[in-house]
Design a protein around this ligand. Structure first.
Ligand SMILES: [Zn+2]
Length: 354
């Protein structure tokens, strides 16, 4: 049973769409559903198919709610990798429609509990092949049309097409979204140093997407704040429309710019299930949100590795008080390290070197 004032800090849902919100100021996003639900034991690492949607809907509902309470303004329907190619991998093609519909239904249910929009979600399909562009484009288009027809039927406010390795594939997504008459946020993966897998500089690719009618363009996934923001800064200087950044909360750097490239000191690859040593603190993520805002990023979010405490840290860094702020840290009340009991603090914080 929830306390009666559980949602008191969440205003009633208003009717503003994504574009109206962006016009009014920064929109806070939150993703990383697949990674978080994998850590919680509901999604298998490797195939990363969101089977949780149909197998454990309450687990998904709860994570949506946690992101909502943390200040996320969009509930992103968990249809990432819920497409034909991926469901084949785990032998669940027959669950395709149920998985897609249920994901959007759950996102709507929770969005209505607060002041959030619902985004339909499509992503790289692994079916696009620039060497066989015409035929593969038809396959990709059919997959997007199928997924989004279910999403539209269940009710969405806009669509996020994300982790696009190929500009070509992302343009198909954009076309399908625009044919449905919905606002489109299209963001690219950035697994390579400068270019998409079909050879477009990331900044140029964002410009092409914006010029082709994408309402919001940018990057998501792969890079941590330190290595994503420099590209985003260039995107900002080239694109006059709305831009988005959704990095992963890992400490990437020049030598290891993506989380796929992170290695331990002895050279062991740690992607994707031993990444914890590189996780950012909530303070580093708060700092990222402030820097993104200063750069003029309109949609500020987080991707794989994201979890509710990061989202609350971003919200508060942007000057917001959200439902989960009710339980934001009050370290001064900690019995040992709280400032009020200095003598105790000295006992607790032993000088291990001494
Ligand atoms: Zn991601």
């Amino acid at each position: 049973m929830l306390p009666s004032d559980f949602w008191s800090a969440v205003p009633a849902r208003n009717s503003r769409g994504i574009l109206e919100r962006l016009k009014a100021g920064v929109v806070l996003g939150a993703e990383g559903y697949v990674f978080e639900l994998e850590r919680r034991g509901y999604i298998k690492a490797g195939p990363y198919v969101p089977e949780v949607v149909v197998d454990f809907p309450d687990a998904l509902r709860e994570l949506h709610r946690e992101f909502l309470r943390a200040g996320a303004e969009t509930m992103v329907a968990l249809t990432y990798y819920a497409h034909r190619e991926k469901l084949k991998d785990v032998g669940r093609e027959k669950d395709l429609e149920a998985m897609n519909r249920q994901a959007v239904r759950i996102a709507n249910e929770v969005a209505r509990e607060g002041d959030a929009l619902v985004a339909g979600d499509i992503c790289n399909t692994w079916a696009y092949d620039p060497k066989n562009k015409e035929a593969s484009s038809r396959v990709v288009r059919a997959m997007y049309e199928e997924q989004l027809s279910w999403a539209v039927d269940e009710g969405i406010d806009y669509v996020i097409a994300e982790t696009n390795d190929y500009l070509g594939e992302s343009l198909i997504a954009l076309q399908v979204i625009k044919e449905l008459g919905l606002p489109a946020m299209v963001t690219l993966a950035s697994t390579r140093p400068h270019q998409t897998w079909d050879g477009y500089d990331y900044v140029d690719a964002c410009k092409i997407l914006a010029d082709s009618g994408a309402d919001i363009v940018g990057l998501n996934c792969d890079r941590g704040p330190a290595t994503m923001l420099p590209i985003i800064e260039q995107v900002r200087s080239r694109v006059s429309g709305y831009i988005a950044a959704q990095p992963v909360p890992y400490k990437t750097d020049e030598a290891m710019p993506t989380f796929e490239s992170l290695k331990t000191a002895d050279g062991t690859n740690i992607f994707p299930i031993a990444l914890e040593p590189f996780l950012c603190t909530r303070f580093e993520i708060a700092d990222y949100a402030r820097r993104a805002q200063a750069l003029g990023v309109n949609y500020i979010g987080i991707c794989c590795g994201g979890s509710p405490h990061y989202v609350r840290a971003m919200a508060e860094a942007l000057g917001r008080t959200v439902a989960a702020s009710r339980y934001s840290p009050a370290i001064e009340l900690h019995p040992m390290i709280g400032a009020k009991i200095e003598e105790k603090a000295k006992e607790f914080l032993v000088d291990w070197k001494g």
